[in-house]
Write a protein that binds this ligand. Structure first.
Ligand code: GAL
Length: 898
């Protein structure tokens, strides 16, 4: 469907509402300053009683917090005043991660946290223009924060409005009481302590910020809940609850009505009308109150949501319209709110695992932290989409959002791409893992954080279960049991349709927490036999590997001798080199608690009732460079199946071989350029979905092997003597040739081979081109150990965003235009400048060899008009964000998939 057609379909539906409602990015035009020592004498202690009232909507079990009397703290801080001159502050657009530019080795920041300067107080300021209509008393204006790291507090025109400490939470603050016609000053204070995380948390307003202008009577925040209580291929019941909120001073009578349309998962366009005028009812809403409207409807022959490849992630969108009624104003639409949903059933079977729409689906998942490599934690749609596409190419069908609520956009993508998501809330409860992590605020915030999280995410069909916590220190104690019970009960009260789990690494099957959970989630201990004991203890509960493997490797770096077993603890064999901080890419090494992919596969096969696994991790991430987290040490992890730059490690293919067993593929390791190893034993391992593989060394067969036995998941020739030349693996399935792979000895580095991931990118200042450089010899073979320094330059209407190479030890700032190749490869990330047109040329140069360049065409600019002095690019919007206020969303979505 073209953009034009999309407008034709949507405009008649939404026209009346779009006049009074707007839902806009507030991402452009900010000023920012970071302070390493506190510039304003404020702290969480002074701000807390002003933040807590924002939590009131998410507290059921306790008392509500009154707004304190007296002058709020910070109202006299210069940064919140219009008169403050912020010219010397940095100009930034959101989402923004203040730490990612580096430099590395920031004082006080451990290797575990990525050695980047996340700590300190950060102030953001922006002016905001309101029209007379905005403040005529009929409207509410909210600021919706998808995520700000951390301890955010917000002032408008010098008035503290509140805040929210958990950096991964999404929350709303009401600007209305202090908004005035003309220019307003919005100021945000963030505060990140040292030692507040076990991984790189990022820093800043690192997710989208939205300005929401609505009628005083509107659909409340997270104000719809859609469930599908009965689902079959011939019919489904869709139940909808709508919360109508009246923030005005007068009683309002409102007609509520909902239509349902199909939604194209690839373009995001609304399609055919499925249901009209569902939930039609009239409610009277008193000032300052909310009213719940419920309705349900049957849909015949529904198009079900399910994970590919066996199923298709069909989506629907419910468009709810509120119209003023009574007092002669009937029929005027005052709010329209869209909710994307899917129709699907889930069953959690103790013996057969997960059933989606009655079909067994093995969970083939990865855990992922929220950073996106060298661009850090600042949410970027394309960066996330690229990660998910890579994981899907491997055969992954599931994600665990370790160990925190993700950006809401990630779930929109998961809905569309058909990923199943284990949505996780916390890494700790009342007992901490680091001195300043979540345990500091657990007692005040766990209920509002948990409720807000579930309410935000419960309409996503991709979410298949809630994780209430990861490796909770008190998991084995009665305290862990009672805290877990409370969180479990909160989850169930907000969403009775999904099961709860928690990732337990040490609790036994008799721990109180294990009894509380719906699904037994095991980190690592399953591989050591705990799957069996938990299954026996809870014969009616599903069991899964919430975290598995933790295999570690440096991409393309092979060390000798190679362990003979199907896994190796690092340090116990030739698998690590501490002088270079390398871990062998034979993909056998793991820390004591983990296992190789092979060992995990074996455990999964030995316990066939296990629903599947979430591998630690899909991508390398910043921080936690186990085993080189000391000083000096590395800055990013070795755990990823894919490295930090997005280059696939060999491990990618052992998962692909298992998870996409019908894909013809075969993959050889190591590379075959070992001038110093002539005549030495150089094992060759092969990952393949075939049942037989024959290896040829310089054209001579080294033997044809059949699929190894139950404990071995790789074909291996451990006695190959290295000689210059080539390797060739020919794979067979059912006796027929299935796939072929080869490696050949490379010559000296001669040229840079530059490629870009997509031919064109959107012209919005946000979309990204990923430019890869391979150092190649004269015949085009990648030189596998090349470490040439490559300098990138960009001409035309584009900007270099960052560079990387996937080497966890590289301490050159991500913002540098020069980057050494690591194992022959380097990456540059480039964006198109917003509003310009033309071609971008990205060039790569290295001393002594031929440079290369690539063209990235850019599409026309999609510029949206927003409030404020700075023109705002139309950044990608997602269906959950449509709320009819973002018709522009379709244009971005269309331009992304090119
Ligand atoms: C787990 C933990 C993860 C990560 C991993 C590394 O125990 O849950 O967050 O630290 O170990 O192996």
């Amino acid at each position: 469907m073209s953009l034009h057609e999309f407008f034709l379909i949507l405009c008649p539906l939404f026209l009346s509402a779009t006049e009074s409602v707007s839902y806009l990015h507030l991402n452009a035009g900010w000023k920012f300053s970071r302070f390493t020592s506190n510039p304003d004498s404020l702290s969480y202690d002074t701000l807390k009683s002003w933040m807590l009232p924002l939590a009131n909507d998410f507290i059921v079990n306790g008392g509500k917090y009154p707004t304190p009397s007296g002058t709020p703290p910070g109202n006299n801080v210069p940064y919140v005043q219009a008169s403050f001159d912020d010219n010397s502050w940095q100009s930034v657009d959101l989402p923004h991660d203040w730490a990612i530019a580096g430099p590395f080795n920031a004082p006080g920041i451990s290797g575990g946290m990525g050695r980047l300067p996340t700590n300190g107080v950060g102030w953001y300021r922006r002016s905001l223009t309101a029209t007379a209509d905005d403040v005529d008393g009929s409207k509410s204006t909210f600021l919706d924060v998808d995520g700000a790291m951390s301890y955010a507090a917000i002032w408008l025109n010098g008035n503290l409005l509140g805040g929210w400490p958990y950096g991964y939470a999404s929350w709303r603050v009401d600007l209305t009481p202090h908004l005035k016609a003309g220019s307003n000053i919005l100021a945000v204070r963030l505060d990140n302590a040292l030692d507040n995380s076990r991984w790189y948390p990022g820093a800043g307003i690192y997710r989208n910020l939205w300005l929401v202008k609505v009628d005083k009577t509107h659909v409340a925040q997270f104000g719809t809940t859609i469930t599908t209580p009965s689902v079959s291929s011939s019919s489904a019941t869709v139940s909808l609850e709508v919360t109508v909120e009246n923030k005005g001073n007068a009683i309002r009578q409102v007609d509520v009505s909902t239509n349902i349309y199909t939604l194209d998962p690839s373009t995001g366009a609304a399609g055919t009308t499925v249901v009209t005028s569902f939930t039609t009812t009239t409610v009277t809403v008193n000032p300052g109150t909310k009213q719940l409207v419920k309705g349900s409807v049957n849909i015949s022959n529904p198009s079900l949501w399910g994970p590919p490849p066996a199923q298709t992630p069909h989506l629907y969108v419910a468009v709810t319209t509120l119209s003023a009624s009574g007092n002669g104003v009937s029929g005027t639409a005052i709010d329209t709110y869209s909710t994307t949903f899917g129709i699907r059933s889930i069953a959690y079977d103790a013996n057969n695992g997960l059933l989606v729409n009655g079909q067994h689906v093995r969970v083939q998942g990865t855990c992922n932290h929220h950073d996106q490599g060298s661009i850090g934690t600042a949410f970027n749609f394309r960066a996330t989409q690229r990660q998910l596409q890579t994981l899907q190419e491997m055969g992954a069908n599931a994600l665990r959002t370790s160990h925190n609520p993700p950006a809401p956009d990630l779930l929109d993508l998961a809905d569309r791409m058909g990923f199943m998501v284990l949505d996780e809330a916390f890494d700790c409860w009342s007992q901490g893992k680091t001195s300043n992590d979540y345990h500091v605020i657990y007692s005040d915030w766990h209920e509002p954080d948990m409720r807000a999280f579930v309410r935000r995410d419960r309409n996503h069909p991709s979410v298949i279960a809630w994780s209430i916590g990861n490796e909770i220190p008190e998991q084995s104690t009665s305290q862990g049991g009672s805290e877990g019970q409370e969180l479990h009960d909160i989850v169930k009260s907000e969403d009775p349709t999904r099961q709860s789990t928690s990732a337990m690494n040490s609790a036994s099957q008799t721990a109180p927490l294990a009894n509380v959970l719906d699904i037994e989630g095991l980190n690592y201990q399953g591989e050591y036999g705990a799957y069996g004991s938990f299954h026996s203890q809870f014969p009616g509960k599903m069991v899964w590997g919430t975290e598995t493997a933790s295999c570690i490797s440096s991409r393309g770096t092979y060390l000798f001798p190679v362990a003979s077993g199907n896994g190796a603890g690092y340090g116990s064999s030739g698998g690590s080199d501490s002088s270079h901080m390398w871990i062998s890419a034979y993909e056998l090494e793991n820390p004591g608690w983990g296992g190789s992919p092979d060992q995990v596969f074996m455990a999964q096969d030995n316990f066939p009732f296990v629903a599947g696994e979430f591998v630690w991790t899909g991508f390398d991430y910043i921080g936690e460079p186990t085993p080189y987290g000391g000083n000096p040490g590395a800055r990013s992890s070795y755990f990823g199946i894919v490295d930090l730059a997005g280059f696939k490690k060999d491990r990618f293919y052992i998962y692909q071989a298992r998870w996409r067993s019908d894909l013809p593929m075969v993959h050889i390791l190591p590379h075959w350029t070992w001038p110093e190893r002539v005549g030495q034993i150089t094992p060759v391992h092969v990952f393949s979905s075939a049942d037989e593989v024959e290896l040829f060394v310089n054209g001579v067969s080294a033997g044809r092997k059949t699929r190894p036995g139950s404990s071995v998941y790789r074909f291996r020739w451990d006695n190959v003597q290295y000689s210059t030349g080539d390797l060739r693996a020919v794979a067979y399935k059912n006796g027929n040739q299935w796939a072929v792979d080869s490696r050949k000895t490379a010559g000296n580095a001669a040229a840079l081979n530059v490629t870009v991931d997509r031919a064109s990118i959107a012209g919005d200042g946000v979309d990204l081109a990923y430019v890869s450089v391979a150092v190649s010899d004269a015949s085009g073979t990648v030189v596998p150990r090349a470490d040439n320094t490559i300098t990138f330059s960009v001409s035309g209407p584009g900007t270099l965003v960052s560079t990387d190479n996937g080497d966890p030890t590289d301490m050159v700032a991500f913002s540098s235009a020069s980057r050494k190749a690591f194992s022959g490869l380097a990456l540059a990330i480039v964006k198109a400048n917003a509003g310009a047109t033309g071609q971008i040329t990205i060039s790569a140069a290295a001393d002594g060899i031929t440079g290369g360049k690539v063209l990235a065409r850019r599409t026309g600019a999609n510029v949206a008009e927003v409030d404020g002095p700075v023109p705002q690019p139309a950044i990608r919007h997602m269906p959950a964000r449509w709320k009819t206020r973002t018709i522009l969303s379709a244009s971005k979505w269309n331009s992304v998939d090119i």
